[in-house]
Design a protein around this ligand. Structure first.
Ligand SMILES: Cc1cc2nc3c(=O)[nH]c(=O)nc-3n(C[C@H](O)[C@H](O)[C@H](O)COP(=O)(O)OP(=O)(O)OC[C@H]3O[C@@H](n4cnc5c(N)ncnc54)[C@H](O)[C@@H]3O)c2cc1C
Length: 402
C-alpha cells in the first residue's frame, strides 16, 4: 500500500497494514514524520482519552456515528496498550487525557517510525504528492520527484489547519479528482473573534459558565476556563464552543456567567454586603471584590452605571442591572479565527462516500482515507489523535486483508 502522509493516521495505518502482511511505502512531503504530533498537546501530545465509549462519542461534534466501527476496532485501550508495549509509558491526567510519561510528543512519533521500520515499511521524505490516477486496478502516484505504483492508496494528508506542519488540503484535490465531494473545510477548535474590548486582552477566567446563543437559541453551554485575546475570546471552553458555532449562520452571541455558583438572589445579597462594608467608596473600587479588576469598567459600562458613583447611592434597579451583567456578560461573535490558526479542520471528504468499517472509498476500489482529511472533528482531550489512529488503523488493517 502507498500511504500519503506520515501523520498520526498515516503512521498507524502503516503499522496495521504491515502487521497484517502488506508492504508499505509512506510518502511524506516534510523532511520527517509527525510534524503535527510534535506540536500537539503543547509538545506533550495528548494522544488519547480514557473516557468510556458513550462519553467518548459525546466528544465528537461532527459525524460521530461514522467513527463507531473504527473506534471500536482500535479504541483508546488498544492505543494505550500499543504504546506501552512499544516502550512509551503513559500517564492519565485531568479529564482522562493521556500523555507519555516523558511529556515528549517526539516519543510518540519515534515509536511509530521505529515500529514501521522494524516491520519493513519504507519512508520517502521530502516528496509532495501532486496527483493520483487509476488505470485498471493500478494507482499511479506522482510526486514532485518520482512516480510510484500500487494497487492500494491511502490518503492521510490531514486537514487545512496549521499548514506549516504539512497539512495544506492536498488530500481534498486528490479526493475530488476521483469524484469525491468535499464538505466545505471550516475552522474547529478555534478562537472566536468577538466585539470584546482590547483592554481585556490577556485576562483569563476560571470557573465561569459560557452560553452561546444563535438566533435566540442556546447552541452551546460549558463550564471551565477561557481567556480574552486581542480579537475576542479563546481558551478550552471557547475552543470547544467553536466546533459547534461553525455549524450555524446568523447572529451569534457568547454570554459569560462570572458567578455560576451564585444564583441571582444570592449574588445580589453578596453585592449588598460588599456595599455595606464599603459605604463611602465608589462602585469602581468596590466591584473588584467580586470580579477581576480589568472587568470592572466593562461591566459598569454594560450596566450603564457611572464608575464614580458611590455605592450608597446605587439604586435597586442599578444593582439588578449589575447582577444581570455579571451573570450574562454578553459579546457579539463576529466569526472564527482563520482556518490556518485553528487546531483542527471541520469538513473534508464526505463520510457518505467512505465505508465506515474499512475506510475504503465507496467510489473507487483500493482508495482509502484516514484522519483529519475526512469530515469529522472532535473536542479537545486526545479525541482527535485517537480518531486519527482509529481510522488509520482500520484503513491499514482492511487494506492489508483485501
Ligand atoms: C497545535 C495543535 C495541537 C494539537 N493538540 C492535540 C492533542 O494534544 N490531542 C489531540 O488529540 N489532537 C491534537 N491536535 C489535533 C491533531 O494533532 C490532529 O487532528 C491529528 O494529528 C491529525 O492527524 P492526521 O494524520 O490526520 O493529519 P496530519 O497530522 O496533518 O498529517 C498529515 C500528513 O500528510 C502530509 N501531507 C500532506 N499533503 C501531502 C502531500 N501532498 N504529499 C505528501 N505528504 C503530504 C503532511 O505533511 C502531514 O505530515 C492538535 C492540533 C494542533 C494544530
Amino acid at each position: 500500500m502507498l500511504v500519503i502522509g506520515a501523520g498520526a493516521a498515516g503512521l498507524m495505518a502503516a503499522v496495521a497494514a504491515l502487521e497484517n502482511g502488506d508492504n508499505v511505502v509512506i510518502l511524506e512531503r516534510n523532511e520527517k514524520a509527525g510534524k503535527k504530533i510534535y506540536v500537539s498537546g503543547k509538545g506533550r501530545c495528548n494522544l488519547t482519552n480514557v473516557a468510556e465509549k458513550e462519553e467518548f462519542f459525546k466528544n465528537i461534534p461532527t459525524n460521530p456515528k461514522f467513527l463507531y466501527s473504527a473506534v471500536n476496532l482500535f479504541d483508546s485501550e488498544k492505543v494505550r496498550a500499543f504504546f506501552e508495549e512499544n516502550r512509551v509509558p503513559l500517564k492519565v491526567e485531568r479529564g482522562g487525557r493521556v500523555f507519555p510519561v516523558s511529556d515528549k510528543a517526539s516519543d510518540v512519533t519515534a515509536c511509530l517510525v521505529k515500529k514501521i521500520t522494524s516491520l519493513g515499511g519504507k519512508f520517502v521524505y521530502s516528496e509532495r504528492v501532486l496527483k493520483v490516477e487509476k488505470s485498471g486496478e493500478i494507482f499511479t502516484v506522482t510526486t514532485d520527484k518520482n512516480i510510484y505504483t500500487d494497487g492500494k492508496v491511502l490518503v492521510a494528508t490531514g486537514g487545512m489547519s496549521y499548514p506549516l506542519t504539512g497539512s495544506t488540503g492536498d488530500g481534498y484535490s486528490i479526493a475530488r479528482s476521483f469524484g469525491h465531494k468535499i464538505v466545505d473545510p471550516k475552522p474547529a477548535l478555534s478562537a472566536l473573534i468577538a466585539d470584546t474590548p482590547s483592554s481585556l486582552t490577556g485576562l483569563s477566567l476560571k470557573n465561569v459558565e459560557i452560553k452561546v446563543v444563535n438566533k435566540g437559541k442556546i447552541i452551546y453551554k460549558d463550564f471551565g476556563e477561557m481567556l480574552f485575546t486581542l480579537y475576542g475570546v479563546s481558551g478550552p471552553i471557547v475552543l470547544s464552543a467553536s466546533s459547534v458555532i461553525n455549524k450555524y449562520e446568523g447572529e451569534t452571541t457568547i454570554s459569560i456567567d462570572l458567578k455560576p455558583a451564585l444564583d441571582y438572589d444570592v449574588l445580589e445579597k453578596r453585592l449588598l454586603r460588599d456595599f455595606k462594608d464599603n459605604i463611602n467608596k465608589s462602585i469602581f473600587n468596590v466591584l473588584p471584590l467580586l470580579m477581576p479588576k480589568s472587568l470592572v469598567k466593562v461591566v459598569l459600562e454594560k450596566s450603564g452605571i457611572n464608575p464614580e458613583k458611590q455605592v450608597n447611592s446605587i439604586t435597586k434597579e442599578e444593582r439588578r442591572r449589575l447582577v444581570e451583567t455579571a451573570k450574562k456578560l454578553t459579546f457579539k461573535v463576529i466569526g472564527l479565527a482563520p482556518i490556518d490558526q485553528a487546531i483542527v479542520t471541520s469538513g473534508g471528504v464526505n463520510v457518505k462516500e467512505i465505508d465506515p468499517k474499512t475506510m475504503e472509498s465507496k467510489l473507487v476500489h483500493g482508495l482509502y482515507f484516514a484522519g483529519e482529511v475526512i469530515d469529522y472533528d472532535c473536542f479537545t482531550g486526545g479525541f482527535n489523535i485517537q480518531c486519527a489512529f482509529s481510522t488509520g488503523y482500520a484503513a491499514g488493517y482492511y487494506a492489508a486483508k483485501k
